[in-house]
Design a protein around this ligand. Structure first.
Ligand code: FE
Ligand code: ZN
Length: 508
């Protein structure tokens, strides 16, 4: 696709009577943003009264500043910021009161996800209400036919040679059987979680039971193309600092701050720092107080306000031109039930005082130069790990993919993740992001799923006693660099190794 587009752009250029020299073309093609650069060249050419016959390296530097040499990277301080907070839940949470029960919340969840299924998935067309099947008169007419229902999973039983679900919609409830002999579907059914909204296709048995032939999850649509960014510009993703813990990796974090200030690392790494425009922190800024039994023994700072004071001291060392976006984690001062408010000002005011820091709730959708970031702490990943056995702690991004498939930040209710009975479900993934960022599991991984860059950025806390007991081995002190030109992982910088200042590996 890319090659075809490039060929078409070169052809367009020659239609304007302009040739491009092979040297210049090679420089552009090496750049990961070749299409954008060529488009920009064409734009500029169309504005010129006297066009050059040939684009040579001299000519191109007059037309456009492209990043063909190390010196020509534009320093991020010279690029104006472009941030749009598309959604964050704090105001909604604070302005509305909670329901007494979860009825409205689950109706909202069902209706939103039903709409997503009906508008984004053609294989869901023709879904009927459960009441239609439960009506005995109707059942005779549809007996043996293949039908589809859009439903929420209310119960799940794994039997000897089948899985049975109780499912509901707004009109009634029904049982669904998935026999073991349909192996692929049986495996799919094993991964279906309670409270998920799915479309079930199946045949009706006489007794008003459905034998499933397919289970369809909402899934993602491809993210939109965004080509706003012309210069090399990076967003850095980190998470789970746990400032205040005895295990917070002060030295590694200091090295990270020195790097952001352009004074650490070899030239290649410093060059990356010069192009950093944004830093996104996915929660657990501080270690908090009383989060788990005997936590006090593991705290270096035993006062929550002090923890935020120290956090603000660290964050104040981030260069002013880098905009910092912070959401809360389960260790932070926020509402523990999801969705969560931005950090409580009463505790985190020293962070609020910093001019370049933006503090949002969880989940948050933020557009940076047109690239949509979905940021959540990832508390619900605990339930995902528990309920989908093949997932491992060292592959946290794969657990995040399970959230994308369900189009929901916290699909499981009644497990370890607290959910607040809001009138509306704010945790539905309504828009496909370009980048999905979480933390919480303290292990690091990134992956690509249906055009979305999925990053779990790990932690800056060493293994605690609690983790030792749980058998969790953190993968700490990494900064993930997202290139805003293409929303992919440009590189991952490891600040842990004491010997070689910092080490880097490039994205695949
Ligand atoms: Fe954490
Ligand atoms: Zn956490």
């Amino acid at each position: 696709m890319e090659t075809l587009k490039i060929k078409a752009l070169i052809a367009k250029m020659s239609m304007q009577g302009v040739q491009i020299s092979p040297d210049v073309l090679n420089i552009i093609l090496k750049h990961n943003n070749a299409v954008n650069i060529l488009e920009e060249v064409i734009n500029r050419l169309s504005c010129m009264e006297e066009k050059p016959l040939m684009i040579t390296p001299e000519v191109i530097s007059d037309i456009i500043k492209i990043n063909h040499s190390e010196e020509e990277f534009i320093h991020a301080s010279n690029i104006p910021e472009d941030i749009e907070v598309v959604f964050e839940p704090t105001e909604h949470i604070l302005s509305k009161s909670l329901s007494k029960d979860f009825k409205n919340y689950f109706i909202s969840r069902y209706l939103h996800l039903k709409k997503i299924l009906l508008t984004e998935r053609f294989d869901v067309k023709g879904a009927i209400d459960i009441a239609k099947i439960n009506n005995i008169k109707n059942r005779k007419d549809i007996f043996g036919n293949t039908i589809k229902i859009i439903c929420i999973i209310s119960e799940k039983h794994i039997g000897k040679n089948h899985i049975t679900f109780s499912v509901e919609d707004l009109t009634g409830s029904i049982s669904v059987i998935v026999p073991e002999k349909n192996i692929d579907l049986f495996r799919k059914a094993q991964r279906i979680l309670l409270n998920e909204v799915v479309c079930i296709e199946g045949k009706i048995l006489n007794e008003g039971i459905i034998v499933a032939t397919d289970i369809i999850q909402p899934e993602l649509t491809k993210p939109s193309n965004n080509t706003n960014v012309k210069q090399t510009m990076y967003a850095v993703l980190i998470s789970d600092l746990h400032i205040g813990s005895r295990y917070f990796m002060r030295n590694a974090f200091n090295r990270f701050l020195l790097w952001l200030n352009g004074v650490l690392g070899d030239e290649k790494i410093r060059r990356i720092a010069r192009c950093v425009k944004y830093l996104i922190v996915a929660g657990d800024i501080v270690d908090g107080i009383g989060v788990y039994p005997n936590q006090e023994k593991e705290l270096a700072i035993k006062d929550l306000k002090k923890q935020y004071e120290v956090a603000a001291y660290y964050f104040s060392q981030i260069p002013q031109h880098i905009k910092v976006i912070i959401i809360p984690g389960n260790h932070d001062a926020t509402r523990q039930a999801l969705p969560s408010t931005a950090l409580y000002k009463e505790y985190a005011y020293p962070l609020y005082k910093l001019d370049n820091v933006i503090i949002l709730g969880d989940p948050a959708y933020v557009k940076l130069h047109g690239s949509l970031f979905l940021i959540t702490h990832g508390k619900s990943l605990d339930d995902i790990m528990l309920n989908i056995p093949e997932l491992k702690y060292d592959t946290p991004a794969k657990a995040m993919v399970e959230l994308l498939r369900r189009r929901h930040i916290a699909p499981v209710y009644g497990g370890q993740t607290l959910i607040a009975p809001e009138e509306e479900d704010y945790m539905i993934i309504t828009k496909t992001p370009h980048v999905f960022h979480a933390g919480h599991l303290h292990t690091f991984e990134y992956t690509y799923y249906k055009g979305v860059t999925v990053v779990n950025s790990g932690t800056w806390q060493e293994q605690t006693e609690y983790m030792k007991k749980m058998g969790i081995y953190p993968d700490p002190a990494k900064a993930v660099i997202i290139n805003l030109c293409n929303n992919t992982v440009q590189s991952v910088i490891n600040f842990k190794e004491e010997k070689e200042e910092v080490s880097i590996y490039e994205g695949f």
